[in-house]
Design a protein around this ligand. Sequence first.
Ligand code: A2P
Length: 343
Amino acid sequence: MSSAPHVAIVGVTGAVGQEFLRVLEQRNFPIGKLTLLASARSAGKTVDFKGTTYTVKELTEDSFGDVDLALFSAGGSISKKYAPIASDAGATVVDNSSAFRMIDSVPLVVPEVNPEAVEGIELGKGGIIANPNCSTIIMLVPVTPIHRRAGVKRMVVSTYQAASGAGAAAMAELELQTSEVLAGKEPTCDIFPRQYAFNLFSHNSDIIPEHGYNEEEYKMVCETHKIWKNSDVKITATCVRVPVMRAHAESINLELEQPLDADEARQLLSEAAGVRVVDDRVGNNFPTPLEASNEDDVLVGRIRNDISREGTKVTGLDLFVCGDQVRKGAALNAVQIAELLVK
Ligand code: A2P
């Protein structure tokens, strides 16, 4: 397309929607026209972007008339209904929900990992591209370079996930509960059915009866297989919500096909796109969710040989990573996907 695209943001009042605006401005994404959409509750609210004030409109079936790029982050049911309508109207959709991720014909993209998946898609000509689950993105940015060098045979991941993954209302509830608990009051539990402040709990997504994994854990397995185009890699995950505002942490154990030791992995990761190594053993300084917040890069540290593995060559590694859930886990990754289409 020759002129700057007409961009629509669906769910602009949410945590990810607000981050879309920051990322688009910071990266100077070309925008010919901007349409901001949310529910009827938000219609009429105003939002400033690059010195211009925009009025939020209610999302309807007629919202996408001349839109070229629609960034969706308003939840799965809204995406299911409106993303096909937007695509039929000619908008290329980058969808943050899980609604389309596992459909074969829908590319599931982490730009540092599989940018080739968007080949053939043109802005303004319809189509849906899925943004992966936040925990999957934050895991695959640092693990893929290791996989390419040494082949991941099996991966064991445990997550420590922030409130932001459950949306702006969950972040507000964590803040409220923290002050309530400190004041000796009963915490308000509207979003999660139990106390979140000063606590942690198994991820709030539904448990799949067949095997007992929750949906978040199972997404990390299935999405990695799709993105890597490799279903042979063995993956198991345990996902936990911790009282942190907006960055996820993950402990990752890798079993490798080929030998690769911690020093080689550290060197490899220091050159990898989208990764920053924070691995100071002397100072005991490693990635933290606070340091990762508002950062584009996924921070990686605690890079060490897995001493539980036998043999003279190192074929097991441990890592600890932190990445901003709202940014690289959602808005930034989606905008980077859109950037692949404007180049
Ligand atoms: P609204 O603020 O008007 O409810 P989060 O993930 O942070 O909770 O944000 C969810 C986003 O999805 C918000 O922007 C919210 O808008 C939007 N949303 C929720 N329900 C609808 C709907 N029925 N139509 C359009 N947008 C919706």
